[in-house]
Each structure stands twice: as C-alpha cells, then as structure tokens.
Design a protein around this ligand. Structure first.
Ligand SMILES: Cc1cc2nc3c(=O)[nH]c(=O)nc-3n(C[C@H](O)[C@H](O)[C@H](O)COP(=O)(O)OP(=O)(O)OC[C@H]3O[C@@H](n4cnc5c(N)ncnc54)[C@H](O)[C@@H]3O)c2cc1C
Length: 548
C-alpha cells in the first residue's frame, strides 16, 4: 500500500485554520508566497509518495543491521537520503545565515507530516537532526554554530540526542556519564542507550549531543551539562577528520520502526571521547529541553502522520474487500465492505480525528512562526505562551490518537489487519513508539497540571492538588469557513478577512469561561468542578475570530 499526501486537506488546514497568509506577512517570511508554498508541497508529495513510501515495508522487514561496528541502514535508505539532501529538503525552515531556506515552521511541519507518514523509520533521522540543530542554534557558541550548523542544516551531517542511560530514563537526575575538562575540551566517558540513528551509513559525520556530568557537579539535574561530541572531529576546513572515541556497541530489537537504528553507544573506551561544552556547565538539561520542545511538536506530527497513513490504508482496503450483502439493500450479492455502516463509521471517525489533529498541529506550528517573527514583541510573547500550552497537548493527544486510529485501521481490515502482509499491523506497531518518546503523555499532563492548577484560586482546596493522570482536551471544529468571502482590494490582511479566521481558545471545563479566567479563579456559582482524579483542565474550541 502506498501513500498519497492529502494535499487538499493540508492546504485547507494551512490556509483556513493556521493562517498561512498571516505567517507570510511576517518580516522574514515574505518569500513564503502561495505559489512557492504550493510548489514545495507538490514536490514534497512526489518525493514522499514515490521515493519514501515504497521503502517503508522493506525497511520494516529488513531493518538496520550492525556489521563490524558499522550500522547498515535498510536497502534504499542511503540513496533516498542523498536525494533528500541534494534536493535541499533538510534546510527548509532553518536560518539562512547558516545555509537554511528560512521558510516558516508551518510549512516545515506540513512537509514533515509527509515524510513521517511515508516512512517513519526514515523520518526519525530528520526529526533528531532538526532538534540538534535547534539546540546548537540557541545555545552554541559562534564557533560551534559556524562549525556544525551549515553541515547539519544541509543534511550532510546528522544530529542525535544522547540522554538515556540504563539507570536514567524518565529520571535524568540519575545520569552517570562523565565529562572531564582537558584544555579547551572535555573527555566524555560512559554508556548511552536507545540512541536513535546513533550510528548509520547515510551521512559522512554524526554530531552527538550528549548529557554528562563534570566531576565537581552537584547531584541531580543541576549537575548536568550538554556537550557536542562528533563521530569524526571536524578539521579546520570543515571536513570530517580523526575518528572520535565513541562507537555503537549494539542495536536494540524493537516492536516497530525497524529501519531506524536504536543504538547502545559507548563513549570513551580508549581514554575519552572529545567533546565541547555547549553554553555553561550545569545548564545542560534546560538546553536539551529547547531541543525536546521542538521534538515534541514533531513527535505529535508523527502521531498525525501515522494516523493518516493508517486511514489511507484502511479506506483503500475497504473499497476492495468484498464481503456480506448490503444491509440497506434488498440485493443478495456481497458488496465491498465500505458499504457497511459500521465500516463507514470507523473510517469517518478516523478521518474526523485526523482533520482535527491537523488543524491543531498546523495552528501550533504557525504559532512558533508568530512567536519568532512577530514585530510586536509583547504580542510575540503572548503567542509563545499559547504555543507553550499547546505543544504538550499536540504531543500527548496526537500520539495517543495516532495509536487509537492505527488500531481502528487494523479493525477495518478484519483478520487481514493482524497479518503483516497488508501493512496495517506495521502502522499500529510504529504508532506505539510515539506515545512515550520525548516524555510520556501522563507525566507531561501531571507537570502541566501542577503549573496551571494552583491558578484556579477559587476552586476548593482539594481541586488545587494535581491528582491527574490523564489530560484529554477535546477539539471542537465549530463550522466550516464561509464558501465565499470578500477579498480585500489590496490583498493584505484586513478586519473583514480576519473575521472568519479561526482561533483556538482554552476554556475551563468547570464553568466554560476562557482560559484567562484561571488566573482569577472560577466565577461564583460555577457548576461543580471536573471529575475527581482527572485533569480535565482545557477544552479547545475553534471559533471564528481573528487569531493574531
Ligand atoms: C525506539 C526508541 C528510541 C529512543 N530514542 C532515544 C534517543 O534518541 N535519545 C535518547 O536519549 N533516548 C531515546 N529513547 C529513550 C526514551 O526517551 C526513554 O525510553 C523514555 O525517556 C522513558 O524512559 P525509560 O524507557 O527508561 O522508562 P522509565 O523511566 O523506566 O519509565 C517506565 C514507566 O514509568 C513511568 N514513569 C516514570 N517516572 C514517572 C513519574 N514520575 N510519574 C509517572 N510515571 C512515571 C513512565 O512514564 C513509564 O511508563 C528511545 C527509546 C526507544 C525505545
């Protein structure tokens, strides 16, 4: 089963929900014109559908292999990655100062949906690299930026994130990896596990971002620093030079994403891998979280992508599988299963949820652009606040839903869904990964809960204590946009155009007031608070008002 990017739906979400026109009017994004965006989407759709998607099944069957210390990626991966780099796809949203194309993150998120839907095993290398670029861009020195960013942005080199150790998963305070200062660099020793694309044969160098402790560092997360540890130490002319003291010891055998090598990495078996400090000592975790926030949006987009892929697979199967007569007809002959009401219910459930996810995902990505480029800094700060609220929702809700939708996809196939041959099972296996990666959803909910809940000052005391384990906002698409609207003569955003532009609004579930009321407390006479033990803090409503 192949993949066809749903360009019409994507364009709708980009333009009518996320406000592409607004984004394109921000300083620095003027080149994101309608024509350019359309051309990018169409070319990306071709590469995803014709290049990446056909490698998905074989990638799952063959997987990545470790041979004499070298990780061989699945057949065709190295070739398509080269095509990817040559086409400039990697550099789409990054800073032109370092070779990026400076396109909006909104467009990058849309294109990313295509890569992840077409081939999640491949898409992960892009996701990790993007996060590493972000961390270096925000916190690296001028020398680190000029040395690493151009190569990583072009995709010639890829980036990884090295947090997890056998004893330190969710609790990074347990981290033991060591970094000892030696002149102008550090010697890194220790083991990291579960490192996505920690070693592979697609790029000439791999830039590891590694969390480690210096000898005098305090215990806990405040003693953690971030280091750049490249596989090959770059020469002065920028070419990869001497091999650094790090290696992939083994590959994990996993439930899904077999094509993505998940590596056990050993640093410093021969005296210590050479690394350079990013920013200041002891601030590593906060720097890494720059990367994690970006990664969370992308992981959310993966949930959407796998759901779309599962939907396409299920609807194609439902059109061809003939079974049972149509209950609504007197004709005795069997029909394709898409005629059956329950199959249609499942398909429409999948589709409706996918469209809601796409709307919220793209809207959040547009918020990132607004926060970065809005000329009014106060307004930019407010947009950033909203993005900070939405990113955990996108991560947690999309990945849970991606999993549910992939499971419905298996159900639509009946017994064949359980048989690997159709591919439906692969989507379900792969969707499972995203729910706990880059922070598991319930933990993020609990954290968010402790940040927001105390602000409900007038709630009874028992409701101010976070007890939540699950955070499931609901998304309500109020109504479709008007089919005809007045185009302003000068073609610029105007009040009349913005009057139908959607706005996501957070509302308190206890009294349905907008989010701001949380700061002031529930209004007197508000109905009873949300059900005990649940964090039902937000409902997101899409109403047709100007966004920003
Ligand atoms: C395929 C794959 C790719 C990965 N890629 C990378 C990578 O590139 N880089 C990297 O550094 N890591 C990577 N990881 C590691 C991943 O980020 C961790 O698995 C994740 O952080 C969870 O850690 P853990 O597996 O040790 O689970 P644990 O921390 O042992 O948690 C076990 C369970 O307990 C729950 N739990 C833990 N603490 C709490 C709490 N306080 N409250 C409530 N519940 C809690 C967790 O949610 C989970 O359900 C990858 C893992 C896999 C399997």
């Amino acid at each position: 089963m192949t993949y066809t990017a749903p360009l019409a739906d994507m364009r709708f979400a980009l333009r009518e929900v996320a406000g592409l026109q607004h984004v394109a009017s921000l300083p620095g994004y003027e080149h994101a014109t309608d024509d350019t965006v359309d051309a990018v989407l169409e070319e990306a759709a071709k590469l995803a559908g014709n290049g990446l998607a056909p490698l998905n099944r074989d990638g799952d069957k063959t997987g990545a292999r470790l041979e004499n210390g070298v990780v061989r990626t699945a057949p065709g991966f190295a070739g398509i990655y080269k095509e990817f780099v040559d086409g400039g796809w990697n550099s789409l949203p990054f800073d032109p100062e370092f070779g990026g194309q400076g396109m909006p993150w909104l467009l990058a998120a849309t294109v990313q949906e295509m890569w992840q839907a077409a081939n999640m095993g491949f898409g992960l290398v892009l996701l990790l690299n993007q996060g590493a670029i972000d961390a270096i861009h925000h916190h690296g020195s001028a020398e680190q930026k000029s040395r690493y960013l151009p190569k990583m942005i072009s995709g010639e080199w890829t980036g990884t994130m090295n947090l997890t150790e056998p004893q330190a998963g969710s609790d990074l305070a347990q981290l033991k990896c060591k970094a000892v200062k030696e002149g102008d660099h550090y010697r890194i020793t220790g083991q990291k596990i579960f490192i996505t694309y920690g070693e592979h044969d697609m790029a000439e160098n791999i830039v590891h971002l590694v969390l480690a402790r210096t000898p005098e560092a305090p215990a806990g997360v405040r003693g953690i620093s971030l280091f750049i540890v490249p596989k090959f130490l770059p020469e002065d002319d920028g070419r990869p030079g001497k091999r650094n003291d790090l290696r992939c010891v083994s590959l994990e055998h996993k439930l899904g994403i077999h094509a993505s090598p998940t590596c056990v990495m050993s640093f410093g078996d021969d005296g210590g891998a050479i690394g350079t400090l990013v920013g200041e000592e002891g601030r590593g975790l906060s720097y890494m979280f720059t990367m994690m926030n970006n990664a969370r949006l992308s992981v959310g987009i993966q949930g959407l992508a796998i759901a779309e892929r599962a939907y396409q697979q299920a609807s194609a199967f439902a059109k061809t599988r003939v079974q049972s007569k149509d209950d609504g007809s007197t004709r005795p002959e069997p029909v394709s299963i898409i005629h059956h009401a329950d199959i249609r219910r499942m398909l429409m459930t999948m589709r409706a949820q996918i469209e809601a996810m796409r709307a919220l995902g793209y809207y959040t990505a547009a918020g990132i652009d607004g926060a970065l480029k809005h000329p009014n800094r106060e307004q930019a700060r407010r947009i950033q606040d909203r993005v900070d609220l939405l990113i955990p929702i996108v991560k947690a809700w999309f990945t849970d839903l991606g999993n549910e939708i992939a499971s419905i996809g298996v159900q639509v196939h009946g017994g064949m869904g359980f048989i690997e041959e159709t591919g439906a099972a692969q989507h379900l296996r792969e969707s499972r990964r995203a729910t706990w990666w880059a922070a598991r959803s319930p933990r993020m909910a609990a954290r968010r809960c402790s940040a927001w809940w105390p602000r409900c000052a007038r709630l009874p005391r028992r409701w101010r204590t976070p007890r939540a384990t699950i955070w499931r906002p609901s998304v309500v698409l109020s109504r479709p946009p008007p089919t005809r609207w007045k185009m302003p003569r000068d073609g610029l955003p105007s009040r009349s155009r913005s009057s139908w532009r959607p706005r996501w609004q957070a509302r308190c579930l206890s009294c349905a007031s907008p989010a701001r009321h949380w700061a002031a407390g529930c209004s007197p006479g508000a109905p009873s608070p949300p059900r005990r033990g649940w964090l039902a803090a937000t409902a997101i409503r899409l109403s047709w008002r100007p966004s920003w």
